[in-house]
Design a protein around this ligand. Structure first.
Ligand code: MG
Ligand code: MG
Ligand code: MG
Length: 305
C-alpha cells in the first residue's frame, strides 16, 4: 500500500513542494510514497512547477485507512476531515505544535526554521540521499517563498545555507532574482475577485473555541489594492458570517516596505488592538516590520482567547 505525503489545506508552495521532496526522499529510503495535495495550487506554485518541470501532486481529500506523512502544519483543522482515521507515520514542519495526535509512534521533524523544505533538506543530508536537480530547484523556491527571500523573521542561517546549497545543485546562479520573479507572479491581483483574494492564503485557527481566520497576501506593492479595500472588507464580513468566525484578519504584506496593513473584522476589535498595542482606524492598522503570520501575528492573538 502506498503512503500519501501532503501539506495543509489551501496548499502553498511549501506544502506542494514538501509533498514532492519528502516523497522522493522516502522512496529512495525504500518506502512507497505518493505526493498529494488537498486543493488547487496557487499561481506561485504553478510558476515553480513549470520552471522546474515538477508534476502536480494527486488530489487527496479523504485519508481514512491510509498511511500518511504530513508537512507544513500540525493543526487538525488544516487537514482532511477524516485525518483521525489515517495512520500518521511522520511529520515535517516548522510551525507551532498543533493538536494532531497519533495512536502509534511517529517520526517527527519539527524545527523553528523558515520552511518545511529546509527541514526536509536536513533529512536528505541526515540520510545521505542526493537531491535531484529539479527537486533541488523547487525546494529552493519554496524556501525563498516562505522566508520572503530571507526577509522574514522566521528565516534562519539554516535556511540561507540550504538555499545556497540547493541553488548549486539546481544550477541557478541568481536565486534572489528568480525569487523576485516569483513574488511578482504572486503579487498579481488584477482579475481576482475579493473572495479569491481573501482565500488565497487563508488559514482558520481554533483559538480556545473561538475561530479566527487569517489570510495573508504577500505583495511587492500593496498600493495595488488601495482602491479595493472596501470591497475586501465587505467580503471579509461575509466570510466571517459564513464560517462562524469570531475574527477575520487579512494581512496585506508589503515585502518591499517590510510591513503589513492589517484588515480586521471582529466581534471584539479590542482583542486585536491589545494584541498589537495599536488602535484600528476603519478596521485597519499598519504593522511596521510584520511579515510573518506564524511568528508575528498568531503568537500575539492566540493568548487573548
Ligand atoms: Mg504553508
Ligand atoms: Mg511552510
Ligand atoms: Mg507563507
Amino acid at each position: 500500500m502506498s503512503t500519501y505525503v501532503f501539506g495543509h489545506r489551501n496548499p502553498d508552495s511549501d506544502s506542494i513542494v514538501g509533498a514532492i521532496s519528502l516523497s522522493y526522499l522516502k522512496n529512495q529510503l525504500g518506502e512507497d510514497c505518493i505526493p498529494a495535495r488537498q486543493g488547487d495550487i496557487s499561481a506561485e506554485t504553478e510558476f515553480i512547477l513549470n520552471k522546474f518541470g515538477g508534476k502536480l501532486p494527486v488530489l487527496k481529500t479523504s485519508v481514512a485507512g491510509e498511511t500518511v506523512y504530513i508537512v507544513d502544519s500540525t493543526d487538525k483543522i488544516h487537514f482532511q476531515d477524516d485525518i483521525d482515521e489515517a495512520t500518521i507515520l511522520g511529520i515535517f514542519d516548522h510551525h507551532k505544535l498543533g493538536d494532531l495526535t497519533t495512536d502509534t509512534p511517529l517520526e517527527a521533524w519539527i524545527r523553528p526554521v523558515g520552511c518545511s523544505n529546509t527541514v526536509i533538506k536536513e533529512a536528505y543530508d541526515h540520510y545521505g540521499v542526493a537531491i535531484p536537480k529539479d527537486i533541488a530547484g523547487m525546494m529552493m523556491m519554496a524556501i525563498l517563498s516562505d522566508t520572503v527571500i530571507f526577509k522574514s523573521p522566521t528565516c534562519t542561517k539554516v535556511d540561507t545555507k540550504a538555499v545556497k546549497e540547493l541553488a548549486k545543485i539546481a544550477e541557478i546562479e541568481d536565486y534572489k532574482a528568480l525569487g523576485m520573479e516569483m513574488f511578482i507572479v504572486k503579487s498579481a491581483v488584477n482579475g481576482s475577485t475579493a473572495r479569491e483574494l481573501n482565500t488565497r492564503d487563508y488559514k482558520p485557527f481554533d483559538m480556545n473555541g473561538s475561530m479566527v481566520g487569517v489570510n495573508q497576501l504577500e505583495m511587492i506593492d500593496i498600493s495595488a489594492l488601495d482602491d479595493r479595500k472596501y470591497e475586501i472588507l465587505e467580503d471579509m464580513k461575509k466570510m466571517k458570517e459564513e464560517d462562524g468566525l469570531h475574527t477575520m484578519l487579512v494581512l496585506l504584506t508589503d515585502i518591499m516596505k517590510e510591513g503589513s496593513q492589517l484588515l480586521c473584522i471582529s466581534d471584539d476589535e479590542s482583542k486585536i488592538e491589545a494584541a498589537f498595542g495599536k488602535k484600528l482606524h476603519n478596521n485597519q492598522v499598519w504593522l511596521d516590520g510584520v511579515l510573518s503570520r506564524k511568528k508575528q501575528v498568531i503568537p500575539f492573538v492566540q493568548p487573548l482567547f
